[in-house]
Ligand binder design. Structure first.
Ligand SMILES: [Zn+2]
Length: 61
């Protein structure tokens, strides 16, 4: 299993669950438990952007 919550996660979303900071409040995930919004690492943001781009390239132009 990947550590990413979802391939469609917001690139700037929470490091644990991928939700945007606005409206995050407290969220629960199996891996992190209850947590406040956590800034994703630059590496994580980059990976999410790449995943988004890859998903988009699957769609017909
Ligand atoms: Zn979160």
């Amino acid at each position: 299993m990947s550590t990413e919550p979802s391939p469609a996660a917001d690139p700037g979303g929470c490091a644990h669950c991928g939700l945007p900071e606005r409206g995050h409040a407290r969220q629960w995930t199996e891996q992190a438990g209850w947590h406040a919004w956590v800034r994703p690492s630059p590496d994580q943001t980059r990976r999410r952007l790449q995943e988004r781009r890859a998903a988009r390239s699957d769609a017909p132009a």
